[in-house]
Write a protein that binds this ligand. Structure first.
Ligand code: NAD
Length: 455
């Protein structure tokens, strides 16, 4: 196996040779990624099932289709993205060519998490390739089957001098991070993000952070409770709640809670049957560490479990669970839940809920459920978050036209579609001048006479 140094040397040499610059090369690599996904769909599904017991449908939707969609989007748009952007000129630059040129950053590092282990590696990679970079890809060691598959497939499909997979856990990643990269794109927890930023600061390497946090779902005003329960349950329990954009907790009035809880209970039975643990449509908790973390949260909550609450360590199963009477300082509110537990906090006024959300770190997403556009608009205007979606959850991140990313503690930078291309590009200001208008230019040369000031 090549050392980190050897890998980086190989990629840097390829980058310096200009191999990744032509549009045809970028397009060809993106097309290869498309073949990689299409020709290995079964193995991908199997690996995802091995790692997280992901239902086939969820894997298709959130890992395969979303990647294929992004690849198509990049292939259709790369030409436009690469065009220089001409800017407005003034009198002194009238004869010049003034434009912004998108240039690749160089050799970039992409570190992925385990919850969507394919999507969250390949989507940033599409942006990196489209922008003309070489890339080192570091999958999460926790989703080991997908990690192995990615390590096997990438060198088969992509140019080996330009793209490499490096494997390993936290120690190996720390060692990898000691090297100089031209950009680091990190998806994962806030805690690890701090050490990534620290390592990056040694080389002053710019960093994109795709992090998590607690995404609230505010339910106020008139509401279609049946539709709300379906969409909320789907967004929360998809991938067993292990989604960075899953609704983390609900804020609503007591009356809404009293209507919502039975509706959620009925929806869960409809989705997963009476014996939820036997449903093939529920994933599992990824590891014993995360199972124990979630179990501890359930043990420590002072709220009342009204749906679910069962768990089975052997099976890494925690039932979709709803907890009411949750206080602001409850254990469930102290960290991102990242699992199938949904606390409901009751506050009678929308304004109180908005203040509640604004006391927390800026979330990755805010959801508002309401039939009333005034409620939606008020929440949108009086809060901030990476993304915002009314009357649904998660789906806003499936559109390549919308930038996906956090703000503040939920992340730095964004990607998907053009935004990924931009994230991995340097916007170079270019002014191409000739020797014309030298008399006009003479006005700025010393000596700075009084006449020149008047002009
Ligand atoms: P994690 O931070 O434990 O691991 C992510 C990656 O970091 C892995 O590749 C891992 O090997 C590496 N890593 C672990 N320890 C490290 C260290 N000390 N130094 C350097 N690298 C290290 O995150 P996770 O548990 O895999 O993912 C869960 C978190 O990620 C949640 O907070 C979730 O909200 C967030 N997330 C965010 C997004 C997003 O797009 N914003 C998507 C998915 C997950």
């Amino acid at each position: 196996m090549d050392s980190h140094k050897d890998v980086l040397e190989r990629l840097r040499t390829a980058f310096r040779s200009g191999l990744t610059l032509p549009e045809e090369f970028r397009r060809a690599q993106i097309t290869q990624l498309m073949s990689m996904i299409r020709e290995n769909e079964d193995s991908i599904m199997k690996a995802l099932h091995q790692d997280l017991s992901k239902p086939k449908f969820e894997s298709a939707l959130s890992e395969v289709d979303i990647v294929i969609n992004e690849l198509h989007h990049a292939i259709s748009n790369i030409s436009t993205w690469m065009q220089p952007e001409y800017v407005t000129k003034n009198l002194a630059t009238k004869l010049d060519d003034c434009f912004v040129r998108r240039e690749p950053l160089g050799v970039v590092l992409i570190i992925g998490p385990w919850n969507y282990p394919l999507q969250l590696l390949i989507l940033p990679l599409v942006g990196a390739i489209a922008a003309g970079n070489c890339a080192v890809i570091k999958p999460s060691e926790i989703s080991a089957a997908t990690e192995s598959l990615v390590a096997e497939l990438i060198p088969k499909y992509l140019h080996q001098d330009c793209y490499a997979v490096v494997r390993g856990g936290s120690e190996q990643t720390k060692a990898l991070l000691q090297n100089r990269f031209d950009h680091i794109f990190y998806t994962g927890s806030q805690a690890v993000a701090r050490s990534v930023v620290q390592a990056a600061s040694v080389h002053l390497t710019p960093v994109t952070l795709e992090l998590g946090g607690k995404c609230p779902c505010l339910i106020y005003g008139r509401i279609n409770i049946q539709a709300a329960a379906h969409r909320l349950a789907w967004a929360k329990f998809f991938n067993m709640g292990q989604s960075c954009v899953a609704p983390d907790y609900v804020l609503c009035t007591e009356a809404t809670r009293d209507a919502l809880v039975p509706a959620l209970s009925a929806v869960l039975e409809k989705f997963y049957g009476k014996e939820l643990q036997k449903s093939p449509d529920l994933s599992r908790i990824v590891s014993d560490r995360h199972y124990n973390r979630l179990k501890k949260l359930l043990d420590r909550t002072k709220g009342k479990v009204v749906i679910g609450g069962e768990s089975d360590q052997e099976d890494k199963y925690i039932a979709p669970t709803v907890v009411v009477d949750v206080a602001e300082d409850d254990a469930l509110m102290g960290e991102e839940i990242f699992g199938p537990i949904l606390p409901i906090i009751t506050l009678e006024k929308l304004e109180e809920s908005i203040e509640f959300v604004n006391r927390t770190e800026k979330p990755l997403a805010i959801y508002v459920f309401s039939d009333e556009s005034f409620v939606v608009k008020t929440v949108m205007e009086k809060t901030t978050s990476g993304g915002f979606c009314s009357n649904d959850g998660i789906v806003h991140m499936t559109l390549p036209g919308l930038p996906f990313g956090g703000v503040g503690a939920s992340g730095w930078g964004s990607y998907h579609g053009r935004w990924g291309f931009e994230q991995f590009s340097h916007r170079r200001s270019c002014m191409l001048r000739g020797w014309a208008l030298e008399r006009l230019n003479g006005l700025r040369y010393p000596p700075y006479t009084e006449d020149k000031l008047k002009w």
